[in-house]
Design a protein around this ligand. Sequence first.
Ligand SMILES: *Cc1c(COP(=O)(O)O)cnc(C)c1O
Length: 220
Amino acid sequence: MEKADTPLEQVRLEIARACKASRRKSEDIALIAVSKTHPVEAIKPLLEQGHRIFGENRVQEAQAKWPALRERYPDTELHLIGQLQSNKADEAVALFDCIHSLDRESLLKALAKAMDKAGRRVPCFVQVNIGEEEQKGGCLPADLPTFLAKVRAADIPVAGLMCIPPADIEPAPFFALLAKLAADNGIEGLSMGMSGDYPTAIMLGATHVRVGTALFGERG
Ligand SMILES: *Cc1c(COP(=O)(O)O)cnc(C)c1O
């Protein structure tokens, strides 16, 4: 098998392979490089290799790391992939180009208000609690149609659906379920797949994969 020189090239190669296997195009997959916990010095090499889509899971950490990097690389796209507290909605709307964790009505209201105030509509993925796990964020599958109607009524652009499948079991059935929910609701974007399972997610329809460890190594 082909071998790449850098982790970024390796991940791109695996994306291309999964696309080929499922007759999709690599250009249709957004690779979100999840740089949470990693310092600016670890991020720069990816920017220098031309990568421009990054993900962070905390507003404060992103505020500390990204403004300076973006001055140098203004075409960078920054995605918020982690849970968001309603009281951070203004900051999130100011900083991020896309939010992957819209999962409840209180946050929907806070984000709509923040977007009105900023005069900027930030596309959001609706996070679905696909394994219906007690401790996890996300809208329950059964509540999705109602919640989506509220998101649309608030004029928040729906980028797609997002999920984090239950840990330590085969994720494919959960990816397939998210894809079905998206199709049932007329949605195309699918944010699913992390370092351990992004090729599987792509074969099941992911449009956005969120990859950290495979690009940056283990988090400290
Ligand atoms: C950290 C994180 C990722 C990346 O996980 P890796 O296993 O390091 O690729 C993806 N999605 C979310 C929501 C995360 O919090």
